[in-house]
Write a protein that binds this ligand. Structure first.
Ligand code: TXA
Ligand code: MG
Length: 329
């Protein structure tokens, strides 16, 4: 890992690293972000691994302008107003994913929505322009520790887990962006930040609800962060298949049997996916949500998932699978 003072040369180096699947910590006006190419599932999986995140929380996708955001998500009238008024700046918008959205499913943890923002820090903007790809970035700290507002914080926490730290002094805001969900019938703040409910309400000319998960008011349906769950039952740690089940394999499935019917390896292509033939947890994390979606079809009785080791990124994969199991069927 290297800490490099941000200038045109180091920003273009950082952009190349991002395009090649590397992890780059970069300054934003709120906190330092741990960035990866949002189109590259393996690179995104490295973010979760580096942070030691026990779950796949959805990440914010950073883009350089409104037009780039519109390539990823569907804008409504509120989004138009909020983006033009507050971007670049510390406001994250949750909007429905476009049908042809190229962002890897791991970024949004399998949800139908994506969080997008245009940061105002000049280094962040230059980096995003130079990289030319959307950049997924949570705060550049180990999960459960404070968000970093200086390059030193980043290197103390993440050390060698990041390929490069682009250094540009302390962040102005020091608090993560306001997260505003515009995917429902009312704008809802999911995380308070520098841009307040009052400001948003004035600009959007409507009520803005604050639901940061701490309120004791009863929550309306749909306001709590949803977890992806398939429409058919999901079964973990499968050692063989029930007839009619689809297979989500991990490692070799050569010896998987279908009870009384034959071998899993003879199933039609569409009924069988492999998270990682080599048993690589990074690759498995990157494939997880897309493959679950591909197998989530009423044609099948359910999805049987082979055991995934409960270590490293496997903890997060199993956590997600467990949640999907509860809500499934
Ligand atoms: O200021 C910031 O926002 C910083 C800098 C680096 O930009 N980033 C940041 O990211 O704080 P992170 O990953 O620590 O926080 C992302 C927040 C989480 O609360 C997550 O649950 C929420 O955004 N989020 C992301 N995608 C979402 C989605 N599709 N639906 C609901 N919430 C979402
Ligand atoms: Mg964070």
């Amino acid at each position: 890992m290297s800490i490099k003072t941000a200038n045109d040369k180091t920003i273009s180096e950082a952009a190349s690293l991002l395009k090649e699947g590397g992890l780059v910590a970069f300054p934003t006006e709120t906190v330092y972000g741990l960035g990866a190419n949002a189109l590259d599932g393996k690179a995104v999986a490295r973010i979760f691994e580096a942070k030691g995140r026990p779950q796949f929380n959805p990440l914010i996708v950073h883009v350089s302008d409104v037009d780039q955001a519109k390539e990823l998500v569907v804008f409504n009238e509120w989004a138009e107003i909020a983006a033009h008024h507050f971007w670049p700046g510390p406001l994250t918008l949750i909007l429905p994913r476009k049908d042809d959205c190229p962002v890897n499913e791991l970024v949004s943890a399998g949800l139908d929505t994506i969080a997008v923002r245009v940061p105002s820090h000049p280094v962040a903007l230059k980096l995003l322009k130079a990289a030319g790809v959307p950049v997924a970035a949570p705060s550049a700290n180990i999960s459960g520790t404070l968000s970093p507002t200086t390059p030193a914080h980043v290197s103390e926490g993440l050390g060698d887990k990041v390929d490069m730290i682009l250094a540009a002094g302390a962040c102005d805001v020091g608090l993560e962006s306001t997260v505003l969900d515009l995917s429902g019938n009312t704008p809802v703040i999911l995380r308070p930040g520098a841009i307040t409910a009052e400001e948003l309400s004035r600009v959007l000319e409507c009520d803005v609800i604050v639901d940061d998960g701490n309120s004791d008011k009863p929550k309306s349906p749909g306001m709590i962060l949803k977890h992806y769950a398939p429409s058919i039952p999901l079964r973990m740690n499968a050692i063989d298949l029930e007839p009619g089940e689809a297979l989500l394999a991990f490692g070799s499935d050569q010896f998987m049997g279908i009870k009384g019917v034959g071998a899993a390896k003879d199933l039609p292509e569409a009924q069988r996916r492999n998270l990682s033939i080599e048993g690589d947890l990074n690759e498995a994390a990157a494939n997880l949500f897309a493959m679950l979606r591909a197998l989530d079809s009423p044609e099948y009785n359910g999805i049987a998932v082979m055991a995934i080791p409960d270590q490293g990124l496997g903890v997060a994969i199993n956590d997600r699978l467990r949640r999907a199991t509860k809500g499934s069927g």
